[in-house]
Design a protein around this ligand. Structure first.
Ligand code: 2M8
Length: 449
């Protein structure tokens, strides 16, 4: 299916409305992920939000990243939620009880787990934009990189050490929420071994009050497992080694690993360009080493039969064979040109974006040809505009401009209604989940820039 460029009027409306959404979701020092369902700052959302804002204001984009860094833990971890303000979001700070953790930051309440390391990818894009503009924007962005380089390095080093203690080259996640793809069928097998115990405090969900159709969200049984893992993190006092030996869910995540590899290379590039972190033991060399290790880990996970990367259940030692978009992790980190071409063809082919029943040829979260596919259900099949953006970014970086542009145009056509939904039904194009989702508006701005 070929998709044409939206008209000039559609483009004008879309960029105006996307800017409006981001302004409306701006709370001064940070941007909420969405107005009602997610009234806080989420880690990987903030990365996408920053790169979208940068198309309008580099200083405000950098402020977003600075605000995120204010929540960094002493371990280097960037937490998945920063609770800058009170709200009815559940689980909130009372449930996370991060006061049990010595490494928590002062001055801001946070959750106690993390999310995919998209931030340096966003920062490098912001720097690139700022340099194109020159003047004060360039100076600000370069100063920001100099000032925060060590914090990004600490974040990546945390993932490379505390979350890969045996140097497998796969980042270990302790909760499905850490993948960003909460209820993905990627996690069905490991979650089958998560057993909430009767001593878990009772809970009442708040998310269902903010969506039109609760069946588009995870089930109560899934939420009980999410809350049980949270409880296990609290009981381990957020010590990763303690959790590893006591927690129910420990999985090597290929997508997080590929993003870590890609982001580490970009951090090293920025260090070299600005003369930061030089020398044999400097940040640049450390970043290159992280990139090499995780790229190797991702490539090793590829199933030769399908050409897709696989997560590894570190509790059972078994590969997780699910046709989810995370299987395209090697596109993000590169390292094998033949595999990149194979994955490009697979992604644009009939099991994925070229599937005959898709409304738009946009990356679905799960292959519509897979038995696990569910068109309305959260991360079990719907199209997530940010995921499509990531794949377009990866293709572009691999020199696959034509394929990247196909995803960009398809992604823009999907957003022409200006709802900026959280996710979309792939066959009907129906908008699902939250409306006015910040990261959706942000990637629209980036695609239009
Ligand atoms: C969703 O996750 C949160 C928990 O972190 C939730 O369902 O309450 C996911 O889509 C996640 O990837 C995203 O960062 C977050 C905010 O948009 O919402």
């Amino acid at each position: 299916m070929t998709v044409s460029q939206p008209s000039a009027v559609e483009i004008g409306l879309m960029s105006g409305r996307a800017g409006y959404v981001l302004r409306a979701n701006d709370r001064g020092a940070f941007t909420v992920a969405s107005p009602t369902l997610y009234p806080h700052m989420w880690s990987w959302d903030a990365g996408f939000v920053a790169l979208g804002i940068a198309t309008v204001s580099v200083p405000r984009a950098l402020a977003e990243l600075r605000s995120l860094l204010s929540g960094q833990w002493a371990t280097g971890m960037i937490p998945h939620i920063l609770f800058h303000q009170p709200s009815d979001y559940f689980p909130g700070p009372d449930r996370w009880r991060t006061q049990v953790a010595a490494a928590r930051p002062a001055g801001v309440l946070t959750s106690g787990i993390c999310q995919p390391p998209i931030h340096v990818i966003a920062l490098s894009r912001i720097l690139h934009d700022a340099r194109r503009r020159g003047g004060a924007d360039q100076e600000l962005a370069e100063d920001f990189v100099r000032e925060t380089f060590d914090q990004w390095l600490a974040w990546h080093s945390y993932l490379a050490t505390a979350r890969d203690p045996y140097s497998y080259g796969l980042v270990e996640i302790h909760h499905g929420w850490e993948s960003g793809m909460d209820d993905s069928p990627r996690w069905d097998a490991p979650y089958a071994n998560v057993h909430p115990q009767p001593d878990m405090p009772p809970f009442v969900r708040a998310d269902l009050a903010h969506v039109t159709d609760p069946s588009q969200r995870p089930t109560d049984a899934e939420y009980a497992r999410y809350l049980w893992l949270l409880e296990q993190k609290v009981r381990s006092r957020y010590d990763d080694a303690v959790y590893r030996s006591t927690g129910d869910f420990v999985v090597g995540d290929v997508l997080v690993s590929a993003l870590l590899a890609a982001a580490s290379d970009l951090l090293a590039d920025m260090g070299e360009e600005l003369g930061i972190g030089q020398g044999a033991a400097g940040g640049v060399e450390q970043s290159r080493a992280i990139a090499r290790r995780f790229r190797t880990g991702v490539l090793r996970s590829v199933d030769p039969a399908t050409g897709l990367a696989r997560d590894l259940d570190l509790r059972t030692g078994g590969w997780l064979d699910v046709e989810s978009a995370a299987g395209f992790a090697p596109l993000l980190c590169g390292g094998d040109d033949a595999l990149t071409r194979r994955q490009r063809d697979l992604l644009l082919g009939p099991r994925w974006c070229g599937h005959s029943r898709l409304r738009w040829p946009v990356v679905p979260s799960v292959s519509p040809a897979s038995p696990a596919f569910r068109g309305e259900k959260y991360w079990r099949g719907p199209q997530w505009p940010v995921l499509n953006w990531l794949m377009a970014w990866a293709l572009n970086r691999s020199g696959e401009q034509e394929a990247a542009n196909q995803l960009r145009l398809a992604g823009l056509s999907q957003l022409v209604d200006c709802d900026f939904a959280e996710y979309y039904q792939p066959m009907t194009g129906e908008t699902l989940g939250s409306r006015d989702q910040s990261w959706t508006a942000a990637i629209a701005l980036d695609f239009l820039a």
